[in-house]
Design a binder for this molecule. Sequence first.
Ligand code: ATP
Length: 232
Amino acid sequence: SEGPAMLRLEGVVAGYGDATVLRGVDLEVPAGSVVALLGANGAGKSTACAVAGGAVAPAAGRVLLDGADVTALPPHRRAREGLYLAPEGRGVFPALTVEENLTLWLPAAADREDVYRRLPRLGERRAVAAGALSGGEQQILALAPALVRPPKVLIADEPSLGLAPLVVAQVFELFGELRDRGVALLVVEEKAGEVLALADTVAFMSLGRVTWAGARAAVDEDRLTSAYLGLA
Ligand code: ATP
């Protein structure tokens, strides 16, 4: 049972300088569901995330957040409206402690205690510099605020990159928990891999367009092969 679209890209055209990367992207992420955005290297997945988050302004098209047109809003305003972009490179401040990093997003001590209850390992390491954590722990730290203060939309660009399988499983478990709490999740991965088990909907990108989108159950080996070959 899928809710209304919390994030919607409509006819998005975007690029860098003279290079057009997105050639009319339509994509929607309903509340309480996970959309896996897949596609080969260079298809434009990261650029689609950047347009959704506000880092790249589209030349045409619109971005809607919970029905409101946010195309003209800067990233921090979109964040305030409930869009949480879990950045590549984990997005934590390495010189700050775990506690200090959390305080940036969660100024109330009770919210941080809530994080430590849910993620005891972070609690044990609250006084440690974030840069001294493993890549997986940094990823968990970057996602922790979303657990306590669930956003409307969470976008994760290649969250499994460079993480051990066990940590990937833990991150995806957090995503599943957020989905169950009504969050709309857009999870970008180059390879289908483990995200397929989590996804409700799969969207394939090729050459700057979404070439196929549908229920995860409709994705089989043939579909994957033709999608990656750009034949979908
Ligand atoms: P990847 O997995 O490699 O990130 P992707 O599907 O996410 O692939 P994008 O990162 O969106 O694709 O890149 C699409 C195209 O845009 C590529 O040709 C890339 O070289 C180009 N591109 C991406 N970022 C920039 C940038 N900041 N400036 C110029 N060109 C860029």
